[in-house]
Design a protein. Sequence first.
Length: 575
Amino acid sequence: MEGSYVEADTAASETPANNRDNLRIGAQSELMAESGRETASFKPSFRMYAIIVGLGITNLLAALENTVVSVAAPVLLTDLQLGDNFIWITNALFLSSTAILPLFGQFCNMFGRRYVMLSVIGIFVLGSGICGGASTAGMLIAGRAVQGVGSGGIIMVTSIILSDLIPLRQRGNVSAILMCIFGIGSALGPFIGGAIVSSTTWRWVFYLNLPIGGVSFAMLFVVLRVSYNKEMSIWQKAKRIDLIGNGIVVASTVSILYALSYAGTRYPWRSWHNLVPLLVGFLGLFIFAWYQRTGFLVEPLMPPRFFLTPTSIILAINTFLFSALLYWCIFFLPVFFQGVQLYSPRRAGVALLPISLLGIPGSMMGAVALTRWGRYKPVHIIAFGLQTLGLGLFTLMNEETPVSHWAVFQCIVSLGLGMTFSAMLPAFQAFIHERDLAACTAAWYFIRLFGHIWGVAIPGAIFNDRVNVLVAEGYISDPQVARGISVGGAYQSASAEFVQQFPPAVQTEIRAVYREATRRAFQVAIVFAGVGFLLSLVEKEIELRKTLDTEFGLDEKKDKTNPNSELHATRDIEG
């Protein structure tokens, strides 16, 4: 294993003085800990356990909403007649949850984790109510955007709070517990979605969040009391917010997502309608990166020092890749089950249980490995290897694939995704100082959710393109059916109900088209997983910290029962 902060010290010689000082501080802190500095042992208090339970219930909200719509989508889209705007059911959620994360990271530093967490829960519940009561497609998309702000904030702020309360080396165990809750929610999502649309209105897909959100808000309102810097006035804090950087990020993300939403459906990929917003979006991201390096900002939104070392760059790329692959599977396995194997929405939800449930032991394995051995590179190598193997097996599936086969294939992929989920963020955080945890976590989640966007858009484009090619080659003999599933109509028509309304011969043709289109999507996914595997081979490891040095720990005044609470609230206020 490489020595602690070896890469950081190397990079520091090529960075400005302030970055070099920050990295040297981290190196000195770690060396002092390893040389035998006397610190209090980490012993969680009862209130900390209560906070973890509250965060788990809150994450159940985000987990359910990430997957529950995947099975219910065909019914929902038909009811509200979204047409080629159907992609915004997912993209509105992804857009708002991704673009707003860096701003929430700054809010956490300035106004404290408690108020930000309670706010995002309220926003999520509000968005769920709007979606449940939607009478038009526009109202539903607006509600999904509001949901996205809350969903992204919930997941990110949870990680920030855990980073404040638990040392990096021990964080894996608690992360595994939350991953279990998140995994259960993700696993139940498709099943619940299928059951709801089979027995009642799709509106209960969203109304279900209201009571869960109320319980989580009430619980965290009582127990989540953590420290933060109260010495600055509201105006002083507001002046530190990088409004220009936030504006660039939001505009760039919207521009890219708009291009991806209609590429291959409303407009051809080479159309200027797609190329212009796509290029403008990427140009905006490059401008944002330059702006963050100018040195004019008191508190940059995404400091360049987070990406100074080769390994931190690799971790960022692999975060994007595994995030894309996760949603690749969540959104296109239902297409296979409903369009190829002709499962009902309820049965398709059950069929997705392996990929959801096996992520839990995978996450636990990765978390335990981090806690016990403090090594993340072997976990990443094994995880991406499993993903590559499992996605390759997906390409062998057809109309006659038995349950035992596709269940095992999903288990392999799910183990790999779960291991990556728990082992990627701690590795990324290992290269930064504790005072940068909020901004670093926000940056990592921005990359992760940006990957989710591409994890739906890329396979969607591949799937639609393949369907168009097969239809043009005469795979569908019925002209009406051919028109219905071409030009972006195949995804929203991917249901057993749609296929079975036609004569048996046409059903066979439609199933063949769906089989070949999903196969092509998973063939491309193999390349993504393979790149992640190769990059993980050249990662370098540094020691995961065993101590905390943060000003955002438990509020000592509210936690008199814990004799070690000073460990969680070591003051380190800058300026």
